[in-house]
Design a protein around this ligand. Structure first.
Ligand SMILES: Nc1nc2c(ncn2[C@@H]2O[C@H](COP(=O)(O)OP(=O)(O)OP(=O)(O)O)[C@@H](O)[C@H]2O)c(=O)[nH]1
Ligand SMILES: [Mg+2]
Length: 462
């Protein structure tokens, strides 16, 4: 695809840094560089070999050749570039003023400021990346843990697309076979043939399901989970937050009712970003501020995807404890029996009689005693144990999950139709829904407005 305009943007983050990059892509990239850039050797950017860096200055020719910045100019000729077009990159000094000055000169010479994600959109439209790979670029940039980085880099390398394309090819093969029996109807009486088609459809469906099953885990890894820390006053909730975060984020005192408002902090446990939410201790109180805090704790409890429920081993269970145990019976929760360094009044068994299905972890939070077990219990509760990232790709993107679901649904209907001896043209319709779903992941069957929505979420300059 050929675009008529040349786009430019500051590709690095705003703020002060050693370098900052202004990227230009399009047919005017080299002529614009020739206009603005002077090397001491007097070589014009149009004569520079591709994929090289050259030292020089950016000059404003309309202001008596004023030097704007000292730069390294990167020159990359189409088609082996990120966008598939000619690209030049001005490696400037990393401050917003020099960068903006260079960008303004580029625009004055005929480029247009790029929309968010427009470089990557061009890369997609020029066939340099498929849609799943293009989205992985944004996911890589936004990754919060090393694990989400690893997954994104795999998708960028084409691991997910390969799997999806293979599934797609198999489905297309089946569709071709079934369409052939529409054209030659006498053959659809062939029982053996329908059995073989069913078998093929079922194996494709099984592989599709395996891929789809990675999605819940995958989204957990990239998006993280809300984890509420709940318990009666003084049980050690804020101490737990601080210990897991590794700093004194929340105030800890021996006065019950210390925490009044919710405090949130993200930590990485077992590769999953957990948004820990410390709450006010739950009790009946006349203090207005504390009452609001208690209300807020209950609201947090409702939107959390995992509850860490704290109990004090040195005290007997009270009404607030019993209420939490009641909640734990029907919610994802880990029971933490804290302060086991003190004379023990409440034993794990006392909690287990109320919630026999749950895991109880005994801790001494200030000493981090029991933390390995706690972290293992959190991973177990969220993922059912260790993360399985290996050869097969993991789906982390909501759009991909939805498309796979659609594909699986279409294929499911096709299988049903085959089982019930429906005419092949009906089976074909369902198979096409399946193919469309798979095609949407890599961008073969994606509409313009979906593309716009995807790329508008990118940062500027990418
Ligand atoms: N002995 C002992 N003391 C602990 C332990 N964990 C926390 N504490 C102490 O218990 C007190 C209360 O701790 P916090 O973390 O403020 O308790 P909290 O649940 O946040 O209390 P509120 O904010 O009032 O609801 C502090 O003095 C902590 O040092 C423990 O395992 N053993
Ligand atoms: Mg507290």
């Amino acid at each position: 695809m050929k675009f008529h305009d040349t786009i430019a943007a500051i590709a690095t983050a705003r703020g002060e840094a050693g370098i900052g990059i202004v990227r230009v892509s399009g047919s005017l990239a080299l002529p614009i560089a020739a206009e603005l850039f002077r090397s001491p050797r007097g070589v014009s950017p149009t004569e520079l070999p591709t994929h090289t860096l050259t030292y020089g200055h950016v000059i404003d020719t309309t202001a008596a050749d004023e030097v704007i910045d000292e730069v390294l100019l990167g020159v990359m000729h189409a088609p082996r570039t990120y966008t598939g077009e000619d690209i030049v990159e001005f490696n400037c000094h990393g401050g917003i003023v020099p960068l903006t000055a260079v960008l303004n000169l580029i625009v004055k010479n005929g480029a247009r400021i790029a929309e968010p994600g427009e470089f990557t959109k061009r890369a997609f439209l020029n066939g340099r990346l498929d849609l799943a790979q293009a989205e992985a670029v944004a996911e890589l940039i936004a990754s919060k843990t090393d694990l989400s980085r690893k997954i994104a880099i795999d998708v960028l390398a084409g691991k997910l697309s390969e799997t999806v394309n293979r599934l797609s090819d198999r489905l297309a093969g089946l569709l071709a076979e079934i369409e052939a029996s529409i054209d030659f109807p006498e053959e659809d009486l062939d029982f053996m043939k329908v059995e073989a088609q069913l078998e093929t459809a079922r194996t494709i469906q099984a592989d599709l399901t395996t891929l789809l099953e990675t999605a819940d885990e995958g989204r957990l890894i990239t998006e993280g989970v809300n984890v509420a820390i709940l318990g009666k006053p003084n049980v050690g909730k804020s101490s737990l937050l601080n210990a897991l975060v590794g700093t004194t984020r929340a105030i800890v005192t021996d006065i019950p009712g210390t925490t009044r408002d919710t405090i949130e902090e993200t930590v990485n446990i077992g590769g999953i970003p957990l948004k820990l939410i410390d709450t006010a201790g739950i009790r009946q109180t006349d203090d207005i501020v504390e009452q609001h805090g208690v209300e807020r704790s209950k609201a947090v409890r409702d939107r959390a995807e995992l509850l860490l429920l704290l109990f004090d081993a040195s005290q007997s269970l009270n009404d607030a404890d019993l209420e939490l145990l009641q909640i734990a019976r029907s919610a994802p929760a880990i029971l933490i029996l804290n302060k086991i360094d003190l004379p023990v009044v409440t034993a794990p068994m006392a909690l287990l009689t109320h919630c026999p299905e749950k895991c109880v972890v005994e801790t001494v939070i200030p000493e981090r005693k029991g933390f390995d077990k706690l972290k293992a219990a959190i991973s177990e509760e969220l993922l059912g144990g260790e993360l399985r990232i290996g050869e097969s790709p993991i789906v982390t993107n909501a759009r991909h999950q939805e498309a796979l679901r659609r594909a699986s649904e279409g294929l499911g209907y096709a299988i049903e139709s085959l089982e019930n001896g429906m005419p092949p043209d009906l089976v074909a319709v369902d198979l096409r829904i399946g193919l469309d779903g798979l095609g949407a992941i890599v961008g073969k069957t994606t509409t313009e407005d979906i593309l716009d929505r995807i790329f508008s979420q990118f940062c500027v300059g990418k």
